[in-house]
Design a protein around this ligand. Structure first.
Ligand SMILES: Cc1ncc(COP(=O)(O)O)c(C=O)c1O
Length: 295
């Protein structure tokens, strides 16, 4: 599965009721329903750690619908002799409501439910007593966002032709965009569409992700924080309408949490004249389509 040279397609994007023709999409979502999108690249180098003999247990975190947990469950299939533990915010009653959690359980991932306060403490402190009885466990952060993930996401830029001068993607923790910024070419501008509130938090995260590893001499990027539609996983009627119209005129799909906010923002930015017709824009489809009806 984890092959360092994939064939990833780029196709033209249609926007409903417009003549816009200078936007294409990098179909990372097509790699795999659960392990595809940015998850594939976040895990690409983390896999080497997971394989290590001394890590008999792999622990990570997420909410009941987390795409990262869905990818984690697929890893469990690849490494059936290891113990996989998912620390999930909430309680047992969520399993029957969440296809993600149901699948985790069916693949023998041990789900440990904790309340929101402890969840946050554990995410922020891998030396917490909670982890004491798992010896030599490998702990992957929320969203799989660590330095190895940033390194993996940098390799997304290997699939981006130099003919594109604007690269646009959704951002939540900032790890994926940090990788893209590290790999961008000097004539390219990177645009991150924040899917949640909190530009300062995002900026701080991106700075931290960029301050490790190789230093960049140029980095030309912007965070656009006006398109979160109320916050993480929040939606508005106009977003939902846009997503459904967009899906009618394209032969790939978007959902409202990440890719929907990305293309909605791009559409507004194009309509507001932020780009010129001569610009060649590439949207990066980071996946997240675990359970759309056509799958
Ligand atoms: C489908 C999808 N797209 C984009 C993102 C945002 O990536 P990041 O957290 O690296 O900013 C996520 C979360 O990891 C995601 O699940």
């Amino acid at each position: 599965m984890f092959n360092k040279s994939l064939s990833i397609s780029i196709q033209k994007v249609n926007f409903p009721n417009t003549e816009i023709s200078n936007v294409s999409v990098l179909r990372l979502d097509a790699i795999d329903r659960f392990l595809g999108g940015n998850k594939y690249f976040k895990l690409l180098f983390n896999i080497d750690e997971i394989k290590k003999e001394n890590h008999q247990t792999i622990i990570t975190f997420g909410g009941a619908y987390s795409n990262h947990l869905a990818a984690f469950a697929s890893l469990r299939e690849l490494y059936p002799t290891k113990n996989f533990i998912a620390i999930v915010r909430g309680d047992e009653s969520m399993v029957e409501k969440s296809l993600t959690l149901t699948r985790l359980r069916s693949l023998n991932v041990d789900i440990q439910f904790v309340h929101a306060g402890l969840y946050r403490e554990l995410c922020n402190n891998f030396k917490h007593d909670y982890f004491n009885h798992f010896s030599n466990a490998l702990i992957l952060p929320e969203g799989g966002s660590n330095q190895l993930a940033v390194q993996g996401c940098q390799s997304i830029t290997d699939y981006i032709p130099a003919t594109f001068n604007h690269l646009v993607l959704p951002i939540a923790t900032g790890a994926t965009i940090a990788g893209i910024i590290r790999g961008q070419q000097s004539h390219q501008t990177v645009h991150g569409i924040a899917v949640l509130k909190g530009k300062d938090f995002l900026q701080k995260n991106i700075d931290t992700f960029l301050s490790n590893g190789e230093k960049r001499t140029t980095s030309n990027y912007t965070i656009h924080d006006g398109y979160h539609h109320g916050g993480y996983a929040k939606t508005t009627t106009s977003l939902l309408q846009f997503v459904s119209q967009f899906n009618e005129v394209n032969d790939f799909e978007i959902e409202p949490i990440y890719s929907g906010k990305l293309f909605y923002a791009l559409f507004k930015m194009l309509s507001n004249g932020l780009f010129s017709p001569a610009d060649n824009i590439l949207a990066i489809h980071t996946g997240g389509l675990q359970y759309l009806p056509s799958h």
